[in-house]
Design a protein around this ligand. Structure first.
Ligand SMILES: C[S@@+](CC[C@H](N)C(=O)[O-])C[C@H]1O[C@@H](n2cnc3c(N)ncnc32)[C@H](O)[C@@H]1O
Length: 248
């Protein structure tokens, strides 16, 4: 290729690159606009639902604060929250029933949300100062600290339970109760969480998990722990089942 031809080729490439940059900037701006629009719409839907709930509360003369908080968080992060409303009382009581209030050691709750299971645990006789509540959502953490000032509230990722709790727990946990939307995670991550939790617990202590799913949160064949489950709780919305795993 002669030198002038090479220069012309170079100029052509430069032109193409400039064109590419302009197109890229245009597409980026378009995406930003779409994201902003989506955010505004999402906020709008949230406010609309909230207004409807307030209207419902006014008509019925009741307050649904926790439900409103929960729905807002669900609109913001549906997969992390994993449910549209907090657990009902029967489900919460069923979970709490697997924890012996007279056992020794901390009782850890993963993903307590607005605290329906926490409340059931306290009502069942678990002293609030024994509770270690691990919650991702900072708003829920503030609420839990205000409601259970004697409990230890840890804001963090429950899937990192080993790192989060190994220095915080001064003795093995008497139980771990989980409201995490476990089935949204890959099997390997679920297994790691349950195994890490069991390692922080006394032998035979329960890891209690609820799920709306028809299948068990962990396949029995993966073994290494004993498994039991409750009846399906049809009175919960949606119906749920409680699964309990223990290290032999
Ligand atoms: C299905 S809700 C259950 C809330 C409450 N236990 C109940 O029964 O109503 C799941 C909760 O787990 C929390 N969560 C989800 N992923 C988490 C994580 N990786 N670490 C800590 N909390 C998490 C959510 O913020 C939410 O509060």
């Amino acid at each position: 290729m002669s030198l002038p031809a090479l220069r012309s080729f170079e100029r052509q490439i430069e032109r193409q690159l400039r064109l590419f940059e302009i197109r890229k900037n245009l597409i980026e701006r378009k995406i930003e606009r779409q994201v902003r629009l989506f955010e505004t719409k999402r906020g709008g839907i949230g406010k609309k639902i909230e207004a409807q709930i307030r209207q419902f509360e006014k008509k019925r003369g009741i307050r649904l604060d926790d439900e409103v908080r929960f729905i807002r968080s669900w609109i913001e992060r549906p997969l992390t929250i994993g449910a549209v409303t907090p657990s009902g009382k029967i489900l919460a009581r069923t979970m709490a029933r697997y924890v012996d209030p007279n056992s020794n050691g901390p009782v850890v709750e993963l993903g307590p949300g607005t605290g329906p299971v926490t409340e059931a645990l306290v009502k069942a006789g678990v002293a609030p100062e024994r509770l270690v509540l691990v919650e991702f959502n900072p708003g829920f953490c503030r609420l839990l600290r205000a409601r259970y000032p004697q409990a230890t509230v840890v804001q963090g990722d429950a899937y990192g339970i080993r790192r989060l709790l190994e220095t915080l727990l001064i003795q093995p946990a008497a139980a771990v109760v989980s409201g995490l939307p476990l089935v949204t995670k890959p099997i390997r991550q679920r297994l790691r969480l349950v195994r890490d939790a069991l390692d922080l617990m006394l032998p035979g202590a329960p890891f209690v998990q609820f799920t709306y799913s028809v299948a068990a949160p962990l396949p029995r064949r993966l073994g290494g722990f004993s498994v039991e489950s409750s009846e399906r709780i049809w009175m919960n919305i949606p119906p749920a089942r409680v699964w309990v795993y223990r290290k032999p």
